[in-house]
Design a binder for this molecule. Structure first.
Ligand code: BMA
Length: 340
């Protein structure tokens, strides 16, 4: 295969470990995972499904944290190296667009995406049930909550890191108000981050394997590459003992991202280590963020493990794109534009 490139900036201090000798899978785990463990700061019992971004030469993160009440909320964290994190002592304080204090009743599974000069936080919020909440910040001091983009029930809002054909583009996964035994990934566009439309179907659950046969949901913000938008996502199967969450990888068309170009029939990471198999919810790997370095093609993936810990896994754009192409399967009408 010709060289695959990440289209984006250099990140020379990206967290990184070389692929272990003899390793045959497309991703490899950080050797001292989980990078954030239980009780990481005063008043935080568990921390998982969280998002990070480079900021002013260091790293900043929006973390899903739970106190001893177990009600999820969002906190900022700071790190020099992307691995050793200091979590703030109180939740992110939001304001509404008029400048009045505003706090979501609960907030979980954040994504953090920079588009132009603004960072957007997208999370699962309470809007008469589970729905997508959005806020923006430029300085990580003032956080302005914006109009909810979609009707309930919906989860896994994932913003693309640039406008496409002049519009913001966001993925989401329409749901129910509970543990949702179904679900495909859809896409919507907006010229102004207020009005969303041109809805398209992107990907179906299913395929030949069983690991993604109940539901799927977008993961970290898609990474722009010379082969298309590379996205990690989660796929869920049902067992007699509950859901199992694995990680998949897909490549979407650059100009028309509702079209799937390649999609691996295999999971790229599945619960295998103690911190993925054992915790508050066993058998969950749930990716919410990546860091990437266009100069080397290195990618670091941040994922929640067993609804208890934060883990990091690595790959390169060359390795993962090759793997997704080699193991491609076409599922339902994924290759189409997604408008019946
Ligand atoms: C989903 C979300 C995630 C969680 C997963 C497994 O519905 O609530 O936050 O990681 O279930 O419990």
């Amino acid at each position: 295969m010709t060289e695959v490139r990440i289209i984006g900036g250099a990140l020379p201090n990206i967290p990184w470990e070389e692929k272990p000798e003899g390793h045959v899978k497309p991703l490899w785990r950080h050797s001292s995972n989980p990078v954030i463990k239980r009780n990481p700061a005063k008043d935080i019992a568990r921390i998982f499904n969280s998002a990070v971004a480079p900021y002013e030469g260091r790293y900043i993160g929006v973390f899903r944290t739970e106190t001893d009440t177990t009600r999820p909320h969002l906190r900022l964290g700071h790190s020099q190296d992307g691995l050793d994190w200091k979590i703030e002592e109180s939740p992110i304080q939001f304001q509404d667009e008029a400048g009045n204090p505003y706090q979501p009743r609960y907030a979980y599974d954040p994504r953090l995406v920079k588009v132009e000069d603004t960072y957007y936080i997208i999370w699962c919020t309470d809007f008469y049930g589970a729905a997508i909440g959005v806020a923006k910040t430029q300085d990580f001091k003032t956080f302005t909550a914006l109009e909810n983009p979609f009707l309930p029930f919906n989860r896994n809002g994932v913003l693309f890191p640039r406008k496409i054909n002049g519009n913001f583009v966001m993925l989401s996964r329409p749901s129910d108000s509970g543990h949702t035994p179904f679900g495909d990934v859809f896409l919507s566009e907006s010229p102004d981050f207020v009005y969303w439309g041109k809805h398209r179907h992107v990907m179906s659950k299913g395929g030949e394997g069983w690991w993604q046969n109940v539901k799927i949901g977008g993961g970290p913000a898609p990474i722009e590459t010379s082969e298309g938008w590379l996205m990690f996502y989660h796929g869920v199967t049902g067992t007699c003992n509950g859901f199992v969450y694995s990680m998949g990888a897909v490549i979407l068309d650059l100009e028309e991202p509702s079209k799937v170009k390649y999609r691996s029939r295999n999971f790229v990471l599945t619960p295998e280590e103690w911190y993925e198999e054992r915790g508050f919810v066993p058998n969950v790997v749930f990716p919410c963020a990546t860091l990437q370095d266009a100069d080397t093609g290195r990618i670091a993936i941040y994922y929640g493990a067993a609804d208890t810990y934060v883990g990091v896994a690595y790959t390169t754009v060359q390795d993962i794109v090759q793997y997704v192409k080699d193991t491609h399967e076409e599922v339902a009408d994924d290759a189409g534009i997604g408008r019946l």
